[in-house]
Write a protein that binds this ligand. Structure first.
Ligand SMILES: Cc1cc2nc3c(=O)[nH]c(=O)nc-3n(C[C@H](O)[C@H](O)[C@H](O)COP(=O)(O)O)c2cc1C
Length: 147
């Protein structure tokens, strides 16, 4: 049974199914942010042109169904959960879903992401998961969302 009080943080990576300009990702997030606002979901989406990395956080009973829905979206594939954990507080509470368009080298320089095929294993250590989230939180500047 999921507890509505439990805060979940889930991080996954995926690949766009067709070449996706960042303008299209921005457009997708306009609606996503409205949905997320009503579901009390926060987080950030990193995109380097060939890989998405999304942090989803919020009540467990909202995060898990949203993630199921997102994973079935035909705009991306190879969806792989890197980690999923309960947290005491949110890391991205200012963002109904921030977007950061970064380059490939910046994505690969994030803790645990040098080799995406091994990322899941490496990030199964809570300490490394914390390093990744902190690096995203403090080293990456999401785009400003126009009011
Ligand atoms: C990489 C990626 C990230 C997404 N992130 C979100 C999100 O944070 N919130 C959301 O509601 N939809 C997100 N979506 C869109 C969902 O897959 C889905 O299209 C949307 O939730 C459907 O909303 P609707 O039922 O209101 O039409 C994302 C899609 C992709 C491809």
């Amino acid at each position: 049974m999921s507890n509505p009080e439990t805060l979940k943080q889930l991080v996954y990576i995926s690949k766009p199914t067709t070449e996706m300009p960042v303008s299209e990702v921005r457009a997708l997030l306009v609606k996503a942010r409205i949905n997320n606002h009503f579901k009390d979901i926060t987080g950030i989406l990193l995109f380097d042109g060939e890989t998405f990395l999304q942090v989803l956080e919020g009540p467990e009973d909202a995060v898990m169904p949203l993630f199921n829905q997102i994973s079935q979206d035909s705009r991306h594939a190879q969806v792989e959960t890197l980690f999923e954990r309960c947290v005491a507080e949110r890391d991205f509470d200012d963002w109904a879903m921030g977007l950061a368009h970064i380059d490939r080298s910046q994505m690969r320089s994030l803790p645990g992401l040098v080799d995406l095929n091994k990322a899941r294993l490496i990030l199964s250590a809570n300490e490394t998961a914390n390093e990744l989230v902190n690096s995203i939180k403090f080293d990456i500047m999401p785009e400003r969302v126009p009011a």
